[in-house]
Each structure stands twice: as C-alpha cells, then as structure tokens.
Design a protein around this ligand. Structure first.
Ligand SMILES: Cc1cc2nc3c(=O)[nH]c(=O)nc-3n(C[C@H](O)[C@H](O)[C@H](O)COP(=O)(O)OP(=O)(O)OC[C@H]3O[C@@H](n4cnc5c(N)ncnc54)[C@H](O)[C@@H]3O)c2cc1C
Length: 478
C-alpha cells in the first residue's frame, strides 16, 4: 500500500473515481469465487487516456493492476491475490456505434451485456454469446474469459463474435488488433489471443463485435428422464444427428430439487431434464428441428415431453435453469453452493458418463455436487454444496475436484469450458497445458515483462489454492 501514490492516481482519474477506504477495498477483494484478497486502491478510469496513464505509472513502479468488470468471475480472476490497483472498468460503458450495414457494433469494455442487447434489440439484432450472468457481466470481462452461454451451441462463444479491439498494453501503449471485417488472413490473430487471457496481457478499452438477426421463431421444449445416463446419451445423440439446436441444457436431480425449494414451479423431481430449443426465420424449419430433438429424447426414454412457441410458456420452461445458481444456495440451508470445479467440457460421447461421475465422486467424498450446463456446447458445470466452515469439507472438495479433473483429462476434455481458470483451476490448467506452458509463459513475458497485469493467475497461480490463497470463508480447523 505504501508504494501507491494515491494523489498521482487522483490527478489522473479525479477525486470521485478513486476508492481507498477499507470498506471499499474489502468489497473489491472478492468476485463470485471462493477467494478474497485486498487491493491497495481502486481506480475507475473514464476513458482510454486514463487507462494509458494508469498503466504507465504502474509499469514504472512495478505495481500489479487487475482490471475488473462486473466481478462475476467464478474462479478468482478479478481477485487481487498479490494486492495492487483494481481498475474498475464499469465507468467506460458507452456503446460507440451500431453499424447495421456492416454488421458490427463498437463498445467500451464496461458495457453490461444486457444493456448491449437492449440497445441492439431496436435494430432487430442480438449479441449471442451472452452468459447467464448477463445482468452484471461486462463485455470486457466476457472477452477476458471467452464467456459463452445457452445459445453458444448454435451461435458460438465470445471469441467467435469478436472482430477486433483496442488494447492498452502494460507499458501504456495503445494498439488496435483485428479488423472491422469478417475475414483477415495474415499475421497473428492477436485479438483472439486477448480473448480468454483473463486480464493478464492487456486492458481492453474498445471492442468490435458482430451480431446476428433476432429469429422470427423460437420454440422451446423440455424432456424428463428417470436416468442421468439416458439424458446424457440424448445430448450426444442430438448433437451427432446433425440437429442445430439454439439451446440444449441439462439439469440434474440436485438442481431440480434446489429450484423446487426456491420457486413455485412444481418441477417433477426426476433424475434429469433436458431443455432444448430451435430458432429460425422459417417456422417449418424450426418445427423440423424441434421434432427431431423430441424424437431423439423419446428414443432415449425421455418422458413428459412438451414444447412451445409461446414466449410465456418458454419463459416458464427456462425459469428454473435461469435462476439455478442462486437456487442451489437454498438446497440445504447448512450448505453453501461454491464455485470450485465449476465448469469443464467433454466430448459429446462422454456427456452421460461425465454427469454420472460427478455424482459418484461427490458421494465418495461426502459432499453434494450437481451436474448441469450448456451441454449442447459440450459444457458441463458443477457446483459443490458443502459446509464451508468445516476444514474436512474443504479437503473432501479438493479431493473430489482432483478426481473430476483426472476423469475430464482422461477423456480428452478440458477443465475450462467458459468460466476461466483464475486461481481455482490453475493446478489443473498447468497439468492440462503441460507441453505448452513454456510457450504461454514466453507470451506473457513478451507482452508484460514486469509481470504487472493480473499477476498470480492462470499458469502463475499457486497449486494449493485452499491453503495458499485467502478464502472468503472463515474455516474452523477443529
Ligand atoms: C450467476 C452467474 C452465472 C454465470 N453464468 C455464466 C455463463 O453462462 N457463461 C459464462 O461464460 N460465464 C458465466 N458466469 C461467469 C462470469 O459471469 C463470466 O466469466 C463473465 O464473463 C465475467 O464478466 P465480468 O464483467 O463480471 O468480469 P470480472 O469477473 O470482473 O473479471 C473477469 C476477468 O476479466 C478481466 N477483465 C475485466 N475487464 C477487462 C478489460 N476491460 N480488459 C482486460 N481484462 C478485463 C479481469 O481482470 C478478470 O481476469 C456466471 C457467473 C455468475 C455469478
């Protein structure tokens, strides 16, 4: 803290855009993960010049800088594990251009996803990578994490939608990466490198994003299953059949029970349910897709199958999935829902086995884990429900995570589908990337020789996060 020249930063961003009170620092020490660490100061730039000046200063003094958007990251990406400056990007939240003829928009990084989609709606288009956290997640945070969402199965993740961007490098230099066009053949695709880099290579100050037309027709269906295995196999069968769902989500029995406890939806408490959707400009084409998925579900022993075009009915079908994350905290009032081994991706043929493994490993380690996610994209989420005050539960969780990740790697899956690595998943990331870790480290060193941008994340994060990193829970060791 002594290192920080607060008056100098105040000069750059102005009195109202700096926070150094203990209470503010405490709040900015957490994101949506289990981790917590105090920053030394919080600055809120209003424009690119502010960002450049802050970076120049921090680079000179070798002070860590952690960009922060909505703070909804689940793996500790925005937690300042080595202290330093939190650069809160939410003040840079202008939509700069919506260019319909050229099918792109330009936005500042602090624009909240829902706000962008609200603005795009009046033009008849939408930005599809939208995560479930779209009410709070910012475009900068989504780029840094390569966020994706329920519609990514058809429309792709953030990386697919980013055409270009402006980035401030650690030394304060401003660079333009990518293009405004759909194709750009030569040179290294540096804008794509920034996607998923978790704020470790540069600060995104502007993004050029593609969008797509809002479809005329959307039809959503749901199918219940008495066996998780059958539901998992239905996912694989749908995706390998040539179907083109605009959504394919799994929820398991733990998730259904949690939703029933918090919402008056009266969901049937089955082993698993699949929510599927098709969209398009031609109703017959949407009918065709929905019927195909319905038939596959039936063949895999799906029951109570029901589909609707009606917006209210669709909202009702999707409500439980939409509110699942908060609902999981209510599953059992003695258990907290923690984001630990919270997302991975496996090949479609392994979906059923993966969902089963999650339950099997949880039972073996005396914790509760749920299996759900954007399974059409190969993505499988879990949450660990545990008593966070008990040290033995953290040990069990750690063991369970290790086992889940070993399984994921054994079937050529990845331990980061969309929620990133941050601190929580670093140990597994290092194993998964063992033959390219030196290359990743050299890229980081080239762009950030003083290691000031979000240090201690990705391949730099400690292996044993339970003991090496402050948790935001107080844990009884007895
Ligand atoms: C309820 C809930 C549901 C979620 N659902 C999904 C989901 O469906 N799909 C999904 O992908 N994720 C999901 N997430 C995770 C999270 O919302 C996403 O990872 C999101 O992209 C984070 O955005 P943010 O603005 O909150 O970023 P933050 O958490 O503030 O930051 C995340 C990372 O981005 C970096 N960063 C932020 N701004 C910039 C910038 N301008 N330049 C460079 N780096 C920057 C930070 O340094 C940090 O490393 C969910 C989270 C919650 C709490």
């Amino acid at each position: 803290m002594e290192k920080i020249d607060v008056p100098k930063l105040r000069e750059i961003v102005g009195e109202n855009n700096i926070k150094a009170d203990l209470s503010d620092l405490y709040i900015y020490g957490s994101d949506s993960s289990v981790h917590h660490a105090m920053p030394w100061v919080v600055v809120r730039p209003d424009n690119t010049l502010h960002v450049q000046q802050i970076m120049e200063y921090a680079n000179q003094e070798v002070i860590p800088v952690i960009a922060r958007g909505g703070g909804s990251g689940m793996c500790g990406q925005a937690v300042p594990s080595q202290g330093g400056i939190i650069m809160d990007m939410k003040g840079m939240n202008r939509i700069l251009e919506i260019n319909l003829p050229d099918v792109y928009c330009r936005v500042e990084p602090g624009v909240v996803d829902d706000d962008l989609n609200l603005a795009l709606k009046s033009y008849g288009v939408f930005y599809p990578p939208t995560p479930a956290s779209s009410r709070i997640a910012t475009i900068g945070g989504e780029i840094a994490n390569n966020a994706s969402g329920v519609r990514s199965v058809k429309y792709g993740a953030t990386r697919d939608a980013v055409l270009g961007m402006k980035v401030v490098l650690p030394n304060g230099e401003l660079v333009s990466l990518g293009a405004y066009t759909r194709v750009e053949a030569s040179g290294y695709q540096l804008h794509k490198l920034m996607v998923g880099s978790e704020g470790t290579l540069g600060i995104v100050v502007e993004a050029t994003l593609s969008f797509v037309p809002i479809p005329e027709f959307r039809c959503m269906g749901v199918a219940n299953f008495d066996s998780l295995q059958d539901a998992g196999e239905a996912i694989g069968a749908i995706m390998s059949s040539g179907s083109n769902p605009s959504m394919l989500e799994l929820v398991d029995s733990v998730a259904i029970k949690a939703v029933n406890k918090t919402m008056d939806l009266g969901l049937k408490e089955v082993a698993a349910a699949l929510i599927f959707e098709a969209d398009g400009m031609v109703k017959e084409a949407v009918d065709y897709e929905i019927n195909k998925m319905r038939q596959i579900c039936e063949k895999q022993n799906g029951q109570d199958i029901y589909a609707s075009y009606d917006p209210q009915e669709r909202a009702k079908i999707f409500m439980g999935r939409k509110k699942l994350f908060p609902a999981l905290s209510k599953y059992d009032e003695n258990l907290a829902s923690t984001s630990l081994a919270d997302d991975m991706a496996v090949p479609y043929s392994k979906m059923a086995e993966m969902a089963g493994k999650i339950h099997e490993i949880a039972a073996k380690n005396d914790i509760i884990m749920t299996a759900y996610g954007h399974c059409g994209s190969g993505c499988m989420h879990t949450k660990i429900l545990m008593d966070t005050k008990r040290e033995d539960q953290w040990k069990s969780a750690k063991k369970a995570i290790t086992e889940v990740y070993e399984y994921v790697r054994s079937v050529h899956g990845t331990t980061s589908a969309e929620h990133g690595i941050g601190i929580s998943k670093a140990e597994s990331f290092k194993v998964e990337k063992s033959d390219s870790i030196n290359l990743l480290t050299s890229i980081k060193k080239t762009l950030d020789p003083n290691n000031i941008l979000n240090p201690g994340k990705l391949m730099q994060a400690p292996d044993d996060w339970v003991t090496a990193t402050d948790l935001r829970y107080s844990v009884n060791s007895k």
